[in-house]
Design a protein around this ligand. Sequence first.
Ligand SMILES: Nc1ncnc2c1ncn2[C@@H]1O[C@H](COP(=O)(O)OP(=O)(O)OP(=O)(O)O)[C@@H](O)[C@H]1O
Ligand SMILES: [Mg+2]
Length: 374
Amino acid sequence: MIEFKNIVKKYRNKTIIKPFSIDIEAGQLVVFIGPSGCGKTTLLKMINKLIHPSAGKIFVNGKDISTMDAIELRRNIGYVIQNTGLFPHMSIRENLELIPKLKGEDPAKIAKKTEELLKVVGLNPAEYLDRFPKELSGGQQQRVGVARAFSTDSDIILMDEPFSALDPVTRNSLQDELVQMQKELNKTIIFVTHDMDEAIKIADKICILKDGDILQFDTPENILKNPANEFVEGFIGKRRVWNNPELLMAEDIMIPNPVKITTKRTVLQAIEIMKSNKVDSLMVTDKNNILIGLVTLKGIQLLNRNSEIDSVMEKNVLAVSEESNLISILATMNEHKIGYVPVINHSKQLTGLITRSSILSALSSQLIDLEVAF
Ligand SMILES: Nc1ncnc2c1ncn2[C@@H]1O[C@H](COP(=O)(O)OP(=O)(O)OP(=O)(O)O)[C@@H](O)[C@H]1O
Ligand SMILES: [Mg+2]
């Protein structure tokens, strides 16, 4: 949908954007985030040809925009600029209706849409339509800016810190509205922010920038779980895993390679293995490492020592998949009143074991990281 290919931007001798390449899919909400001056606005403005790259190409819907008419291109891209950019000499209504009118849309439809959009951003049309931008607060102007971006019926909307002047409550509700509108209307949105919480909340993908370089371009989940480097880690803060415990997956919590036994061994051997590994239960696996049962010391210590594991093990063992998260694992353990649960992969092979103490040590290692980071 929008492809940056080896984009470079230089001002005099200074390189602002290093070769920058990403491909933004249609219908996605991509957030650009990074420190002030890293080039976010510059990248956004290149998409509608307000700034020209020093090298490289941008394709919109497969078309090289350097070959396209700038005015025509801009009419089809909604743009909320940093600091609203409303036309001061036009009323709110005129600001909102400008582009739809230029595109020759039906006037009755335009009027209806204008009112709807104002309501969506929390402004009463009767009160605000005929005011001028300077008669609105900064936050109200920003909301009109957002409404205007959606008024164009364009598939692409560029939003440069559109919510920065809003109070947290309004900001929160506009974030929700934005995501809903975007999914309903299937818009492709590039959204610039400084606020990582905002990015995580609304983004399909986040592009983290620093000094004109991409540090990481990935889903919020992957960035939180696997920050590409220390800068990203610092930027997102370790504490996020605490705020989002569902991001901790079985794989992150489990003891890998738990002690196990195969079916043809005996009770005597099982007890020996338990003793030497200081555990009181063993997972039973077949020759392909598929989990098929479980033996506990309590369950087998009074049995005939020569019995085969096959005949004494508990079958139908409850297990969780590698992708299940901490919240669902805790729920499972609580519901079944169990102190441990094996972890299996897609082929039902045993890959780990979660115990109360493995959960505790995973959580406390996060806590220790936190103390070091702050
Ligand atoms: N016309 C210009 N001439 C020279 N340097 C410029 C020009 N426009 C922007 N820059 C520089 O390019 C860099 C990137 O600017 P840009 O506006 O893209 O940053 P940004 O990431 O949007 O920052 P912020 O978060 O503060 O909005 C900055 O260092 C800025 O000073
Ligand atoms: Mg900027």
